[in-house]
Design a protein around this ligand. Structure first.
Ligand SMILES: C[S@@+](CC[C@H](N)C(=O)[O-])C[C@H]1O[C@@H](n2cnc3c(N)ncnc32)[C@H](O)[C@@H]1O
Length: 260
């Protein structure tokens, strides 16, 4: 994981210098927040863990919304630089595969696209075991991963990593990931009951990011709201039977099984 720390620190350093993808990050926050509004428990949440702080380091992120729903929000990130940039009072540099918390202390864990940056699906399993350990029985996990059933993601993950970065497809390392059925299977093995499954971000990401980059470079702020509305229109595809082919992320809400 040491090499990864250097990688994510370097990604953050470049991001702070160039400030790319303002509108894309805004879109990502809007879509993820809408899912969380639907899926977070409506009973009182004492303690909530967010497994990375990238969203908060590069844009508003999800923590302000999470803080309205939970008494205490703790965020961790492997990169000290990301954790610092997130600027939260409870932001820690830590690894999701080895968490510095006691068993069962969280009511909710939110893990949006943290576990899809590892070398292998075995490491996703290690992280899920660790998340399972820190959630109380009956507690809720909201998890998103790059969706391997989307042919564009499957193709992207087969490209050599240096190509992906050279053509600017994703400015950081992508990792092994799973499709909806494999996620469901792994969660069951770890000890979670799957309650909801969804797909998120249905606009073709590569084209959208390129278009938004052009608009940002020309400082056309007047069209921001139209563009964001246009991107949101793609989310209607989640009602179609093809949703697992078009969704960039597979999202699940799972509950830690209670001991019998
Ligand atoms: C590309 S970002 C994406 C996450 C963001 N939530 C999103 O949805 O766009 C991945 C983040 O996960 C963090 N990360 C990578 N491996 C991690 C690990 N083992 N434990 C905790 N954070 C990790 C990175 O430092 C980075 O901030």
């Amino acid at each position: 994981m040491r090499a990864d720390v250097h990688h994510w620190d370097a990604v953050m350093r470049t991001w702070q210098r160039t400030r790319p993808q303002r509108l894309w990050r805004q879109h990502s926050d809007i879509v993820t927040e809408a899912m969380l509004e639907r899926w977070l428990p409506h009973t009182r949440i004492e303690r909530l863990l967010k497994t990375d702080l990238f969203d908060e380091a590069v844009h508003t992120g999800l923590c302000p919304m999470l803080a309205r729903r939970a008494r205490q929000v703790i965020g961790i990130d492997l990169s000290t630089r990301v954790a610092k940039a997130a600027g939260r009072p409870l932001a820690l540099a830590s690894d999701v595969t080895s968490l510095p918390f006691c068993d069962g202390i969280f009511d909710v864990v939110v893990s949006n696209s943290t576990l899809d940056h590892f070398d292998s699906t075995d490491q996703i399993r290690v992280a899920l075991d660790e998340i399972h350990r820190v959630i109380r029985p009956g507690g809720v996990l909201v998890l998103t991963l790059d969706n391997l059933s989307n042919p564009l993601i499957a193709l992207r993950n087969r490209l050599p990593p240096h190509w992906i970065r050279r053509i600017g497809l994703v400015p950081y390392q992508v990792g092994a990931t799973l499709g909806p059925q494999a996620v469901a299977r792994m969660l069951d093995e770890v000890g979670f009951d799957l309650e909801q499954e969804d797909t998120l971000i249905h606009c073709p990401r590569f084209l959208a990011v390129a278009l938004l980059r052009m608009v940002e470079a020309r400082r056309l702020r007047t069209v921001d709201q139209y563009l964001l509305r246009g991107l949101m229109a793609f989310e209607r595809l989640k009602a179609w039977p093809t949703r697992f082919c078009t969704g960039h992320y597979v999202a699940v809400r799972a509950v830690r099984r209670r001991m019998l």
